[in-house]
Write a protein that binds this ligand. Structure first.
Ligand SMILES: [Zn+2]
Length: 249
């Protein structure tokens, strides 16, 4: 409790009363947190553009025992992505990614991996905005993985045979597990080509920008499979369709 400092990524900002804002962050030291920025809506606010979505900031805040909202003392911009705010497709995708982070990350639980992954993803979007669809997929796979909802991508859950052997198709069941050609029950299973399974596995070893580049040469069929598999896994995890996803198909 008391004054703390951390690096943080702004996820959302809401208006509060006449002059203030509530900001939701993904912070390095304390995971997802919410804070009040007093006077942030005034023209000459000390926060300037620091509370814009996906800005990376150095945050100084005051925390009181038993209060969910922290008081934001200072927010200095470490990396601004203001240029991305002109691209509607990217704004929509970032809003969707922000929503997913809030769904999959419990508040006040620091997770260095998620913090670094999201930071790298936003940077990758800034350097290649045309890859927004692929980076969105990458974020989905990693958030599923870190929340424990990504199935084993290497072997059939049933017979343990390595998936993708002899270029055969894998199947994602309604239980969220992957099975080989022989063990799948077919009717309700989602088909995944050998290429799609290989791309999914590659998310675990490639940085977001590199993965997006490797996937950008994939066929529309494979891209659709990747989209369907994350959609099914997220829907299963949330027990409903993810909000705002249609826009980033
Ligand atoms: Zn099997």
């Amino acid at each position: 409790m008391g004054v703390s400092e951390t690096e943080a990524i702004v996820l959302r900002t809401y208006k509060l009363a006449e002059a203030d804002k509530i900001t939701v962050f993904l912070s390095q030291n304390s995971g997802v947190m919410r804070g009040v920025a007093r006077g942030a809506r005034r023209l000459k606010s000390k926060f300037g553009a620091a509370l814009e979505p996906f800005t990376v900031i150095s945050l100084s805040y005051f925390e009181k025992e038993g209060q969910e909202l922290v008081a934001i003392r200072q927010a200095e911009i470490l990396r601004s992505y203001f240029e991305l705010s002109k691209n509607t497709e990217i704004v929509v995708a970032l809003e969707y990614i922000g929503g997913l982070i809030l769904e999959f990350t419990p508040p006040h639980e620091p997770n260095e991996k998620i913090f670094r992954m999201i930071r790298a993803c936003v940077e990758a979007i800034a350097s290649a905005p045309e890859n927004i669809r692929h980076i969105t997929r990458y974020c989905e796979v990693w958030l599923l993985k870190l929340a424990g909802f990504l199935p084993d991508l290497r072997a059939c859950v049933n017979c343990k045979r390595p998936l993708g052997e002899n270029r055969e198709t894998a199947y994602l069941g309604t239980d969220g597990a992957l099975r080989c050609d022989k063990c799948a029950s077919y009717k309700l299973d989602l088909l995944l080509s050998c290429e799609a399974t290989a791309h999914l596995r590659a998310t675990q070893r490639l940085a977001p920008g590199d993965w997006a580049r490797s996937v950008s040469s994939a066929s529309e069929t494979v891209l659709k499979e990747l989209s369907q598999v994350t959609q099914r896994l997220i829907t299963r995890a949330l027990e409903r369709l993810p909000r705002g996803r249609v826009a980033v198909e």
